[in-house]
Design a protein around this ligand. Sequence first.
Ligand SMILES: *Cc1c(COP(=O)(O)O)cnc(C)c1O
Length: 367
Amino acid sequence: MNSMPRPIEALIHSEALTHNLKRARECAPDAKVWAVVKANAYGHGIERVYEAMRGADGFALLDLSEAERVRALGWRGPILLLEGAFEARDLELCSRLNLWHVVHCEAQIDWLAMHKTHQPHRVFLKMNSGMNRLGFTPTAFRAAWTRLNALPQVDEISLMTHFSDADGERGIAHQVAVFDAATRDLPGERSLSNSAATLRHCAAANVRADWVRAGIMSYGSAPDFPEHDIAHWKLKPAMTLRSKLIGTQELQPGDSIGYGSAFTAEHRLRIGIVACGYADGYPRHCPTGTPVLVEGVRTRTLGRVSMDMLAVDLSPMPTAQIGSEVTLWGVGPHGEVLSIDEVARSAGTIGYELMCALAQRVPVTVL
Ligand SMILES: *Cc1c(COP(=O)(O)O)cnc(C)c1O
């Protein structure tokens, strides 16, 4: 007989992925949608999300091996390498798999100029419009475009940039102005918006978008939490992390919990021990008070998160016992939602980091 596995598991909600991508289309009805699946689909697993996301117009990612995986799944449509080639020979794979790639620096143009290919490449020329990560400055952009345009290795040139503050107060207007001024008379499709810009700014008439790049919103996290939550943006969690109680304790006043005795009970208190810890990808930095669901009812964590366990307050659910279901984030047993954004905030980070950090040892089921 097989032994019972440790009760933790992650669920991938296919219907939510499809719904969230549809939200990107609603926000940018005239644009094509890149489903951004870098970092193994933000920790969800490229192979696990593929069916639900194949309604996208293309897949955007950075790792060449991830591009190979998307092609291996049978995808014949556009794939965009968001950082382009890392070295000259990467262009061979681009030719072989018909990958579109970003060009953000002179070296990448040099490699293209030396590249032998029968099929010219579709490229996305990237402007640094203020983020100062990758891309040509507005001043250098036109010369880069002219150089690319003269290469027989290059087919169509699209234009892109990336926003630093689409989720915040500063917004995107200053970067849009820079981008527009430098590209006004250049032909080619435009791609500017990430999730935050798609949700918050796509209604702005001046953001011409042929392609939006929907990353985090596809996975059901609000890019501008806590200003807005997923309910506000009508997004659904694409990942649930759930486990069970594997023990309970009755604390007396003065009893403390776990490493460092970080929480001490003031009153009698019944607590549950959950089979989930930082080795599963649950953030160790979550302090006492981080929201968690037990049997779908909201309660809080207590004390320090350890490698394989954490403790929860069972006061709101006196009938909870060993085997009771615990939702760390995502969707509870009766459809209750605990957004990954709330847990992330409690840990001083963002939803992106938590979903990407789901540990290898957690079994995953696709629903
Ligand atoms: C990751 C990435 C995105 C997606 O960003 P989200 O905030 O997850 O929507 C868009 N564009 C580029 C260039 C990226 O690297």
